[in-house]
Design a protein around this ligand. Structure first.
Ligand code: SAH
Length: 384
């Protein structure tokens, strides 16, 4: 086994429940990515970690006890992830949420009989065949796809290709989520083919939708929230800047036999004020924008964007109506998001109550000592 020695500060991070040790806290380490045994300055064994020499995050803790990281180990860890996902009302869910499931840098999303995988560190890449074998044993999928077209891989000097790992994976997979169905696009859709992290919030939106009312799904992508609203609503408007995403939304409406969803291709920042001026109001509004803050330096600008869009959205909520609003920017923390909503509500001149605080779906576990495992936050508000 190859060894890496860490400083007291590095060791303290692991003791505090965070699996990352940064470059500056590692005294000696191998030049090649792979698995290492980690010791403190006094030579005490601390655990086995993934070591990525090209990354600022040099070590990622995999296992604290002295056991081999072999086929059996991977099988047991991945089977554990599967067992923790019992009872989800959908046939698509995140099967492995990286650090959130004790498997740093590994994302696995299950879409019915297929898996979409992201290996996000150079060291984990050395475990590729063990991971694929374990996934095949645990899930018996018909195919496994690598969605490696993500910038995170660049930081690790890894290629950014979409490639078949095993078997066959179709262009579209039919997903059943609560009472609705839609197609995930594993090869070409956003993230690994869809946004699984909002599932519970979509189901919640469907439950509170006032019967016979009107709804606006803003930043709709392929109509995901709109579909859950359309069963109850008289009319749903689904807005997105991407005409291609909306075209898929239309297919989803047809798949569910809904003819009450109006798909509008427009920039939300321009369209919401227009509707506001025209006096349009909705009984339920969803605001689910892309991450406005990709890094810490963008937080202030992002908050201005969130505030603006939420202010406009609040204006469109009918008396007694609902606003379900979210942010998936990790750097916009819950307190900042809350403060932004308070400020937007203050501007609106109306009274909004917090009916529920929202987060990511239960298959995206957020470890309390690893803030990076939680990024999605939201609120369900109600207007007087
Ligand atoms: N609500 C969706 C996910 C939304 S992802 C779901 O639950 O599946 C964010 C979406 O915002 C993307 O589809 C993107 O095309 C869209 N978008 C980004 N900027 C936009 C803008 N300025 N106006 C409207 N839509 C925008």
């Amino acid at each position: 086994m190859i060894w890496a020695t860490v400083s007291a500060k590095g060791a303290a991070r692991w003791a505090g429940g965070h699996p990352w040790i940064y470059r500056s806290d590692v005294a000696d380490h191998p030049d090649h990515p792979g698995m290492v045994a980690v010791r403190d300055a006094r030579g005490r064994f601390l655990g086995t970690a993934l070591c990525s020499p090209a990354s600022e995050i040099r070590l990622r803790l995999l296992e604290r006890t002295e056991v081999p990281i072999d086929a059996q180990w991977w099988h047991a860890r991945i089977a554990g992830c599967r067992d923790r996902r019992a009872g989800i009302d959908a046939n698509a869910w995140r099967a492995v949420h990286a650090e959130g499931d004790g498997l740093p840098a590994l994302i696995v999303d299950r879409y019915d009989r297929w898996l979409v995988v992201q290996i996000l560190s150079a060291a984990l890449e050395t475990q590729r065949s063990l991971i694929i074998d374990a996934l095949r044993e645990v899930f018996a999928p018909e195919g496994i796809l690598f969605r490696h077209d993500t910038a995170t891989r660049r930081l690790e000097k890894l290629n950014e290709r979409v490639e078949l790992a095993w078997g066959d994976v179709p262009e579209q997979v039919e997903v059943r989520e609560g009472g609705v169905r839609w197609f995930a696009a594993p090869w070409s859709g956003q993230k690994t083919g869809a946004f699984l992290d909002q599932r519970e919030n979509r189901l919640l939106a469907g439950r509170v939708m006032p019967a016979g009312g009107t709804a606006l799904d803003c930043f709709s992508y392929h109509g995901s929230f709109a579909l859950h609203l359309a069963g109850m609503a008289r009319e749903v408007t689904a807005l997105d800047a991407s005409a291609e995403a909306l075209a898929r939304g239309r297919e989803h409406a047809a798949l569910n036999s809904f003819d009450n969803i109006d798909f509008v291709a427009a920039d939300a920042f321009g369209q919401l004020p227009k509707w506001g001026d025209e006096g349009r109001r909705f009984d339920l509004v969803v605001v689910d924008p892309p991450a406005f803050a990709k890094s810490k330096g963008h937080v202030a600008a992002a908050l201005r964007g969130y505030r603006e869009i939420n202010r406009r959205a609040m204006h469109l909520v009918a008396p007694g109506g609902w606003l379900l609003t979210a942010s998936c920017s990790f750097h916009v923390t819950r307190p900042l998001f809350h403060e932004m909503l308070v400020s937007a509500a203050g501007d609106s001149g109306r009274r909004f109550t917090m009916q529920a605080q929202l987060g990511q779906a239960i298959d995206h576990p957020e470890v309390l000592t690893i803030p990076e495992t939680g990024y999605l936050k939201g609120a369900l508000l109600r207007a007087d």
